[in-house]
Design a protein around this ligand. Structure first.
Ligand SMILES: [Zn+2]
Length: 61
């Protein structure tokens, strides 16, 4: 079962076009944009860089 919690969410930037999404961090390190399962709606990219946690704490190294 996948359960999304507040702690799983972060801001992420598309590596392809720089569009910002809310992303979910999976336990195995995958970064998945929330609401856009097919990838970036602008460029179709599926690689994202985490900018920071949604709760404001810095992302873990
Ligand atoms: Zn993009």
């Amino acid at each position: 079962m996948t359960h999304i919690t507040e702690n799983d969410r972060a801001a992420g930037r598309c590596d392809g076009c720089g569009n910002i999404y809310t992303v979910r961090l999976s336990p195995d390190g995958e970064i998945e944009p929330i609401g856009v399962p097919a990838g970036c709606t602008q460029c179709g990219g599926t690689e994202f860089t985490v900018l920071g946690r949604a709760d404001g704490s810095p992302s873990a190294p």
